[in-house]
Design a protein around this ligand. Structure first.
Ligand code: BGC
Length: 853
């Protein structure tokens, strides 16, 4: 069933999207002509950039900059003529924004952490035939192996077990005896680097324990649109927060000897499910660099082993064949040394994708189970006939094998695949290896640490001894009637919501519902508990709420991947209201009881306006998607065993129209390649509210505690750079001969990221219980820089006993103080003074200082 849904979904999307390619594995001629760029005709090998000094409409004008400075391959320019567009733009779709051709693909360098791995990979493939090398780039086809993606073994040539690729960003999809962790969005809510790394490590251990070579996560798209179906898989609406969470997750997952290869996704601008395989995300160069690229830059800094390119087009060229994004930005500017693999059936062409920088085709077939492929035999033929240089194929294979060596997966102690995605009941293929260890502890901890206290009138929370009788109201408090995994890929809302739906999920080994945990606590506390779980029986809910000391009302909002539709929500949410009569439930119960505490389980913002100011709604806890220990995590916070310190990783608005972007095109009105213009540019999430003076209901970074904190003694210290860093920066910024601008890895130069300023202050716990605060550092750029009024550039999670003070330091680098200069194609610090704001959210100011020009 799951398979069928996934398959049908992709098929439908693809059939809707483009002329069905008729390639079969022996027809290389068709392969050569099957490009799918909607409007780009690669014309030269110089590199170009879309100027973002102009508007999107006029960004059709491309401005030449210097060619990639270190061409390392020998692709002949004439090849570009084979890469012409085969999907003709619809008549009404002329004059589209375009993405230029840039090449050739830089070869992996084998530097730093990758040195040994690349050396070994090169040595291994040096004896391989073209066909053997092509095999390692080509998945065996959907469901033709035990994992969601499989590369065949070639034991006779030193590649004994092939590769197993498996979802998801929150645990192992399609596996038993494995954990279901809090979703990425909850990891982000903790603002706790250590905890996020620990979650990454725990997941890495589980993936490794099942013999998975490449874990398909983390997911780090930006949540540009609040209704975006998959936002919850990622880390929220700010690039800096998202970058930190991505970095820590990867470091944890790829822990040497304990973890496995991570695959960061979806590269890039895969921000809505609607039309995800046909729409073009149109983004200017500056916005691309400062917002969407940043978490991917952090991934490269974490030495992530692989990238997954996304389904959508960017500036009208498909992501997996987009040379500007793959060849230039990722492999040149960021100097990424590993492999790019396609999202499942997101490879839309042969030669253009290969010359555009794609290294691996997943799951290998053009459409699921078609028996056709863009790689495999076609790739072999293209190398044989000279259309694809063998050096490109060598680099593809090298990058793939380098990831394998990087995580020492060639060693005997790396487990063999011991599970079967498609057949849990086959004892020969699913060995039921239990990889959960004691990860329930970190799941429970993170569930509590990610819970955000939004409202707490007169300190009603934590619940006190005087609360002797409570009612629990709402379906979201109880177990699902179908069990924790009753819907394929979790595509259904029934009972407590603890993850969204789609490929980004994992089966729950168990799921502690809030009601279950509350009852266990009630026995301990000698509290009486009543409940009513039918959201539509308002009379029943009302009578259950009468005469209780406190009423806990649960509401939820769900979303997921677009191949499953739930209650009219086609992946993306169709609105931002609570599901299943939730608002009416809260309002009516609040009319009957004076102490109503609302708990929200949600994939993203919901509009709280119908009841948030109701005087009888005394507290609101935002629990997000907490994973399998849901109820326990919540009880820890409700009764004060855990002082909440979660912070919102996105802004909750008063109205959906307050956000800067909405889902574009609702079906009937969609042209063949819907144009999704990112006209808000840098103004996503809180940035838009600040720029336009819109008051949010609860802003990004907001969250209360059971204690209070005070801020004093801000001090900004300028640090000096080493001689070497200074020299490198001088060369980076010079435009003359020897300039390092645009060099391989230039956006990652250590000198750009070295600490230049130390922002320091004192933080005191002025209340009477222990707790964590999350001070946040926002920069106010000089006015001419064209930045939003405040942008996040630092945060720390600090634990303090009552009365205690901590001296907090936050570093700032030159990169933190820079904007992407589209003309000179480098990070530049704008002239002028910078404001430094320390606050408890994007809308709060506790301390202010200045970094002078
Ligand atoms: C999703 C990816 C996922 C892949 C494999 C695709 O539909 O977009 O995130 O990793 O399927 O299941």
């Amino acid at each position: 069933m799951v398979l069928l849904l996934h398959f049908l979904g992709l098929l439908a999307l693809q059939q809707g999207s483009r002329a069905a390619p008729t390639v079969n594995s022996t027809e290389s001629a068709v392969f050569l002509n099957s490009s799918s760029t909607a409007s780009t005709t690669p014309s030269s090998f110089s590199s170009y950039v879309v100027s973002s000094t102009t508007s999107l409409a006029s960004s059709l004008t491309v401005e030449p900059i210097s060619a990639i400075s270190t061409p390392t391959s020998t692709i002949e320019p004439s090849i570009s003529s084979t890469s012409t567009s085969s999907v003709a733009p619809a008549p009404e779709q002329t004059n589209l924004v375009t993405s230029p051709f840039v090449g050739p693909t830089p070869e992996t360098r084998g530097e730093g952490a990758w040195a040994d791995a690349v050396r070994k990979a090169k040595a291994l493939i040096s004896t391989w035939t073209i066909e053997q090398k092509a095999n390692v780039t080509t998945g065996v086809g959907w469901t033709n192996g035990r994992c969601v993606g499989n590369i065949a073994s070639q034991p006779e040539i030193g590649f004994p077990n092939g590769l197993c690729l498996q979802d998801s960003p929150l645990g192992i999809r399609f596996a038993d005896f494995a954990s279901s962790f809090p979703a990425g969005i909850n990891a982000a809510s903790t603002f706790d680097r250590e905890l996020i790394r620990a979650r990454g490590l725990a997941m890495g251990q589980e993936f490794r324990g099942k013999g998975i070579n490449i874990a398909l996560g983390p997911m780090t798209n930006m949540g540009r649109v609040s209704e975006g179906g998959r936002n919850w898989e990622g880390f929220g609406g700010d690039p800096y927060l998202s970058g930190e969470a991505t970095y820590e997750t990867i470091i944890g997952m790829q822990t040497p000897k304990l973890g496995t290869q991570a695959c960061v996704k979806h590269y890039i601008a895969n921000e809505q499910e609607r039309n995800r395989t046909t729409s073009s995300s149109n983004i200017n160069d500056r916005t691309m660099h400062e917002i969407y690229l940043h978490p991917f830059l952090r991934s490269v800094q974490a030495e992530v082993a692989s990238f997954m390119c996304s389904y959508n087009l960017i500036n009208n060229t498909y992501a997996c064949e987009n040379p500007l994004l793959q060849n230039q930005i990722l492999k040149q500017e960021l100097g990424f040394q590993g492999a790019i693999l396609s999202d499942w059936a997101a490879q839309m062409s042969g030669v253009p994708s290969i010359l555009g920088g794609l290294d691996m085709s997943m799951p290998g077939d053009i459409t699921f189970n078609s028996g056709t492929t863009y790689m495999g035999k076609n790739l072999t033929d293209s190398v044989m006939n000279g259309t694809v240089p063998e050096s490109r194929l060598d680099d593809m294979a090298t990058r793939i094998l380098a990831g394998w060596y990087l995580l020492e997966q060639d060693q005997d102690d790396f487990p063999l695949v011991n599970f079967d995605s498609w057949d849990f009941d086959n004892p020969e293929t699913n060995l039921r290896v239990d990889v959960q260890d004691d990860h329930h502890k970190i799941i429970r901890h993170m569930g509590a640490a990610s819970t955000v206290l939004l409202k707490n009138v007169n300190g009603v929370l934590p619940l006190k001894a005087g609360i002797r009788s409570i009612a629990v109201i709402g379906e979201d408090a109880g177990p699902s009637r179908k069990g924790p995994n009753g819907y394929p890929d979790h595509g259904g809302l029934d009972g407590a919501l603890a993850s969204g739906w789609g490929s980004g999920t994992a089966d729950f080994p168990y799921l502690i519902s809030p009601l279950e945990a509350i009852q266990a606590k009630a026995r301990e506390n000698r509290t009486t508990v009543g409940w009513h779980l039918d959201n539509f029986d308002i009379a029943g809910a009302n009578s259950t709420a009468l005469r209780r000391d406190a009423v806990l009302v649960f509401v939820a909002s769900d979303s997921g991947e677009g191949y499953i539709t739930v209650d009219g929500n086609e992946g993306d949410r169709k609105n931002l209201t609570a599901w299943k009569n939730g608002d009416t439930l809260v309002q009516s119960v609040a009319a009957k009881n004076k102490n109503v505490i609302v708990i929200v389980h949600s994939v993203g913002p919901i509009t709280l306006e119908p009841w948030i100011d109701h005087p009888n709604v005394t507290a609101v806890l935002w629990a997000g998607l907490p994973g399998s220990e849901s109820g326990n995590s919540l009880v820890d916070v409700l009764w004060g065993d855990y002082n909440p310190s979660g912070r919102l990783p996105y802004t909750i608005s008063k109205d959906i129209s307050d956000y800067s972007a909405q889902i574009r095109f609702d079906g009937a009105d969609a042209p063949p390649h819907p144009q999704v213009d990112y006209t808000e540019e840098l103004n996503i999430d809180y940035r838009h509210f600040l720029s336009n003076d819109i008051e949010p209901r609860f802003g990004f970074g907001y969250g209360l505690s059971y204690t209070n904190f005070s801020y004093t003694n801000l001090n900004i210290i300028e640090l000096s750079l080493s001689k070497r860093d200074n020299e490198e920066l001088e060369l980076y910024h010079s435009d003359g001969e020897g300039s390092l601008k645009g060099a391989v890895g230039s956006s990652l130069f250590k000198s750009l990221h070295a600490e230049r300023y130390s922002v320091e202050f004192d933080l005191t716990n002025t209340g009477d219980v222990n707790g964590c605060d999350i001070p946040q550092l926002y920069l106010r750029f000089p006015e001419d820089a064209g930045e939003p009024p405040a942008v996040l550039r630092g945060f720390e999670r600090i634990n303090l006993d009552p009365g205690a003070t901590a001296h907090v330091t936050m570093p700032l680098s030159l990169y933190s103080l820079s904007i992407w200069d589209v003309v000179h194609q480098k990070w530049t610090r704008p002239a002028g003074d910078f404001g430094v704001i320390i606050g408890q959210s994007a809308f709060d100011v506790q301390l202010e200082g200045t970094i002078y020009a």
